[in-house]
Design a protein around this ligand. Sequence first.
Ligand code: C2E
Ligand code: CA
Ligand code: CA
Ligand code: CA
Length: 273
Amino acid sequence: RREGGQRRVQHFQQRMLNEAQDRVRLISELHRGIEKGELHLFSQPIVNRERSIIGEESLIRWFSSVLGTVAPDDFIPLAEQTGVIVEIGDWVLEEACRVLAEWSRDPARSDLTLSVNLSERQLRADGFGERVREIIERYGVRPGRLTFELTESVLHTDIDRTVGLLGMLRTEGVKSSLDDFGTGYSSLSYLQQLPVQQIKIDRSFVSSIVEDPQAAAIALAIVRLGRTFNLQVVAEGVETEDQFEKLRDLGVDAFQGFLFGHPRPISELLVGA
Ligand code: C2E
Ligand code: CA
Ligand code: CA
Ligand code: CA
């Protein structure tokens, strides 16, 4: 019996060791991948109630020559822990602004917005606001075309600083959006303080919206909240016509999901592509 227990402990330690080794390997591969240009920007359309595309959300992709395709959920959290997300985020922001500048010269795309996911760590990094301003200016981007998506994790630390930063961005004309809304600790009271212009109903509510009256009630509550606070309400992860219809009936303003388009390389949306 005792031996079995020891074996279990050894097994556990071995697994921990493997996990630690995996992490170290992943981190060093990520650094190498960044240098070798293995990160790419994809994007997914966001449509209005008439199904016309009004914008895109940029989504990062890592095609590692060593590890194969690594999903953002498998490397973004690690990049956040090690801080390399700040470097990645700067690259994403720069790419996004380059794309927006291109779109502005394309009559078919000049009105589109581009949403960029932001980690709490990026927001907290020194000089973030100034860097945003500098990149926007350098590319001549109309600030109103750029939206930052933040999760409720930004509410965990130094809320006053976050409010100040988002307020400054809003003054510049850059919009902010609360992502994965309804899944965090929220903190409805923060909505009053936070200068955001958009909330995104989390996919977990959308996926069960047709058959689960409680999910529908939550979505409706979010829509009403959005009206009260004058926020655009976006539903994410819309996969079926039934979900789209239900969400539209509830009053949702905009929609995103496989029903309207999968993420594809953002370079495909450039002039002449
Ligand atoms: P997110 O911001 O909530 O992005 C939405 C995720 O849902 C994306 O996963 C997207 O591909 C997926 N999705 C879109 N429509 C559907 C649908 O109809 N059904 C289903 N099942 N899924 C759908 P993805 O691209 O794997 O990204 C995962 C997460 O990684 C993102 O979640 C975001 O939190 C993070 N992420 C992606 N790009 C960046 C980035 O540039 N910076 C930062 N900080 N985080 C990023
Ligand atoms: Ca997002
Ligand atoms: Ca989301
Ligand atoms: Ca998410």
